[in-house]
Design a protein around this ligand. Structure first.
Ligand SMILES: [Zn+2]
Length: 98
């Protein structure tokens, strides 16, 4: 069965990463259905990476030792909080306005 890929699918799981709590069954359902969505494969792959928190934000780059040692991980858009997937896609004021 094909479905429609919506950002809400990702935000539901991301909210779980932020400590707001997502029902595990809902999260499992999203993970199981993501590859059935009618969207270009690279879009689906990006959503998959986002759900797994594997996107290349500054925090993940620092964790992988890709950012130079001591490099700031503050969001380059708003310069207020650490640049995490949750921040970029749910809370960053700059991203909300684009
Ligand atoms: Zn920001």
């Amino acid at each position: 069965m094909m479905g429609v890929l919506r950002l809400s699918h990702c935000t539901t799981s991301l909210k779980g990463c932020g400590g707001e709590g997502v029902h595990p069954e809902e999260e499992r359902r999203v993970f199981c259905q993501i590859w059935k969505f009618e969207a270009p494969s690279k879009v689906v792959a990006f959503f998959w990476e986002l759900l797994l928190d594997r996107t290349l934000n500054r925090l993940n780059l620092a964790i992988r030792n890709i950012l130079p040692l001591g490099e700031c991980i503050i969001c380059v858009c708003c310069e207020r909080e650490s640049e995490t997937s949750t921040h970029l896609f749910l809370h960053c004021d700059m991203a909300k306005n684009t």
